[in-house]
Design a protein. Structure first.
Length: 754
């Protein structure tokens, strides 16, 4: 190893030399600095990346880099690769400065999913210095945000209609962001995206390469040389922008050696951490090791390492193979979407503790996790926790995947929607991700107990789906419900079927769980005023709530109310069409806020909630008017008044009346662009794709009208349409998952085990 430190624990490297350590295979220090197992991968957001490069170009200091000696053969991974190896030469661990280093390298070389751009002719607005205090307009494009963020606020996303207009300019048109990458994946791949809200953007790595790159010597490219790198979507100015000289001067100060600039070259301060802290596991069960303490302190002002992230880092520092095995689970084609790396560790931890006889350890704290690791190999009653984890994650001698991966594979086959049948009752992946991972533990435990019994696993698909769907509707206290479900499992003889009905009855008795109503009982018979169309409230429709003083609560009120408001359940009701429209959509690739679909109000929000100068026209006045105003949101925001709809199509509809959106007034067969792309040829197909029963069509048609105009017949039709649709959706779910067994068991609790 070439020693970076001689007689002091402080050293320096020029910025270009530091970059070459990671990007230049011919350099003597190439890959000498790597990440220790305890380190996370990239966690910085777009604003942090853009602002660091603004600081670099302005000559601001960006802090020191903290290193520690790494022995020959110690597990580590390069910053340019997620693969962990055991280098055959000694080097250094990068303990603090990973995010800054990754950001620095991104300016010199794009990754497979991220590219940094710079606008050579920016219009920077300084309306709010907290949002935008930059001199240089950097734009980071990622797989999550392939068009970047707003130029005046790097933390604010673009609206869907803005991105839709940009997508239309692609040579190969793409409807959805998840189909677009900011960097070419191959020579044959379609055109990439570009930054929105820019005038003359070029990739920063291309600009730096034109300037000589990290190897030098520095040279100033001409405007004529740079113009071809501006995307064709922009009309670049003929004259050289004045800002270009400012950018090139900044790059020269950053990259060039002293002789050409007359000033010292930019350098990176390097600090050496004491050797005894480098990468060792805790020596005592209660005491954090020095490297953990160091991570806590150096990250205190940045992206703090804590909670599940810290637990995962502790595991990697105790068992360096953990990173590779967890990565294999996350990268698995069938199950990788289910958990992030920290979620894999926690789910495996729960199963490992269960195997050791501890069924209630569902969400350990960092101190508990450290204590379990510290007892490894001892004679403590907890046994060897790390060994139990290894048995789950490490593949057997003749296996390609560990037991934990096999458990997830079987679970996903049982839980997920099978697109080969439009009526398959399985859950879409995005819907499954709505569940707290702790609630999956009882099912994963049962699958673990029955792994290898293919017939038993297949026979228990509906019970597992009932369990999952009920939890999606109710959204209970995850710890309490998972613990009680685990208790029921522990009382079973093995092997046995998944005890979903017994779990439900246990929840009713011990957790005050919302009781599930029978088929056709989601909504109570309506009071007399419904004929006047003045809208009902929750207690009139669902029975009395628990807050009523004069009469006992209706046992089904909670469940009815929660189902009424769970709009994400439409992912299940419209699963066949969503699968058809969004082929290739991976919910884990996208930022959770950026989905290719919208929750679309069927009757538009603007029709019932007037804004601006428009006032609501109800014809009649008095008490009925107040009831409409009070309860309209109850109907507007009901599951019965929502549908999932492609975001671009929803924007195209605008605030049109739903009779137009559902094509009630169109000539069939439909031939408009939207209908062709959605593969819907008639109004009937629009209804089915929107999860609206055909028996409900007349009510929705009668509920049409112009914005703000609500005569009695329209009000009455809208109420009936929303209520009938919500009831029909519940009945469809009740039948498809055969919830009758739960309802009957709750009515005859003596038949269930105590």
């Amino acid at each position: 190893m070439t020693d970076l430190f001689t007689y002091q624990d402080v050293a320096t490297a020029t910025l270009t030399e530091y970059v070459s350590w990671f990007l230049d295979p011919s350099h003597e220090h190439f890959n000498q600095v790597q990440l220790p197992p305890i380190q996370r991968n990239s966690v910085w957001n777009i604003a942090q990346v853009e602002r660091l490069w603004d600081s670099l170009l302005r000559g601001f200091p960006v802090g020191s880099i903290l290193l520690a000696h790494r022995a020959n053969g110690q597990a580590a991974r390069a910053l340019t690769c997620d693969q962990q190896t055991r280098p055959d030469r000694a080097g250094y661990f990068l303990l603090d400065g990973q995010q800054r280093t990754r950001t620095l390298l991104l300016g010199f070389k794009a990754t497979t999913t991220s590219r940094l751009w710079i606008d050579l002719d920016p219009e920077i607005v300084f309306g709010n210095a907290d949002q935008n205090d930059r001199r240089f307009l950097l734009r980071l494009l990622t797989g999550h945000q392939p068009w970047g963020m707003r130029s005046d606020n790097p933390e604010e996303r673009f609206h869907e209609h803005e991105k839709h207009e940009a997508r239309k300019k692609l040579v190969y048109s793409r409807r959805y962001d998840y189909q677009i990458y900011p960097v070419k994946q191959s020579e044959d791949s379609p055109d990439t995206s570009w930054p929105l809200q820019a005038k003359a953007p070029v990739p920063l790595d291309v600009l730096i390469d034109r300037c000589g790159g990290w190897k030098g010597p520095f040279s100033r490219p001409t405007w004529k040389q740079l113009r071809p790198h501006i995307p064709k979507a922009y009309t670049s100015p003929e004259e050289e922008p004045a800002h270009l000289a400012v950018v090139l001067n900044a790059l020269e100060n950053l990259l060039a050696a002293k002789p050409s600039t007359g000033r010292p070259q930019r350098s990176i301060p390097l600090l050496l951490h004491p050797e005894e802290a480098a990468g060792h596991a805790p020596e005592a069960e209660q005491v954090p090791d020095s490297i953990e303490v160091l991570f806590r302190r150096v990250n205190a002002g940045g992206t703090v390492l804590e909670g599940e992230e810290m637990a995962y880092s502790l595991l990697k520092s105790s068992w360096d193979q953990a990173y590779d095995l967890v990565s294999q689970v996350v990268d698995h084609e069938e199950v990788g979407y289910l958990f992030p790396p920290t979620g894999v560790v926690m789910a495996a931890t729960r199963l490992a503790r269960r195997q050791q006889g501890h069924r209630l350890d569902l969400s350990p704290s960092v101190s508990q996790f450290r204590r379990w690791l510290g007892r490894t190999g001892s004679n403590q009653a907890d046994g060897d926790f790390l060994q139990a984890l290894k048995q789950l994650l490490v593949p057997g001698p003749d296996q390609t995947q560990g037991c934990f991966t096999q458990i997830l594979v079987e679970f996903c086959r049982l839980a997920l929607y099978d697109s080969s049948s439009s009526t398959d009752p399985g859950l879409p992946r995005k819907l499954l991700l709505e569940l707290n991972p702790v609630l999956l533990h009882p099912v994963l435990s049962w699958v673990h107990d029955n792994l290898g019994d293919t017939a038993r696993l297949a026979a228990n698909r509906l019970p597992i789906l009932r369990y999952l769907m009920y939890l999606l509707i109710v959204r209970p206290d995850a710890q309490k419900f998972a613990r009680q479900a685990g208790q029921v499992l522990s009382e079973q003889s093995s092997p046995s079927d998944f005890p979903d009905t017994a779990i439900y009855c246990n929840w009713l008795r011990k957790a005050e769980a919302p009781a599930l109503p029978n088929f056709s009982e989601l909504i109570l018979p309506q009071p007399e005023h419904i004929s006047k169309g003045w809208l009902s409230n929750a207690e009139e429709m669902f029975g009395l709530s628990a807050t009523s003083d004069d009469q006992p609560a209706d046992i089904y009120h909670q469940f009815r109310s929660r189902f009424w408001h769970r709009r994400y359940l439409l992912l299940w009701f419209q699963r066949a069409y969503l699968e058809r429209w969004f082929q290739g959509y991976n919910p884990m690739r996208q930022d959770t806020a950026d989905t290719p679909y919208d929750y679309d109000h069927i009757v538009p929000y603007s029709h019932a909630v007037c804004q601006g100068r428009r006032s609501l026209d109800l014809e009649e006045k008095g008490e009925g008017e107040q009831r409409f105003n009070w309860h309209r949101y109850f109907y507007l925001n009901s599951l019965g008044n929502y549908r999932m709809w492609p975001a671009w199509a929803n924007r195209a509809d605008g605030n049109d009346c739903h009779t137009k959106k559902l094509r009630f007034d169109a000539t069939e067969p439909l031939s408009c662009e939207m209908s062709q792309e959605l593969m819907l040829t008639s109004s009937t197909e629009y209804l089915l794709a929107s999860a609206i029963p055909l028996t409900n069509a007349a009510s929705w048609l009668a509920a049409g009208g112009r914005p703000s105009y609500w005569p009695a017949l329209r009000r009455q039709a809208w109420m009936q349409a929303v209520e009938h649709r919500a009831s029909s959706l519940y009945d469809e779910l009740f039948v498809a998952l055969d919830f009758s067994s739960w309802y009957q068991a709750a009515c005859h609790p003596v038949d269930q085990p105590a």
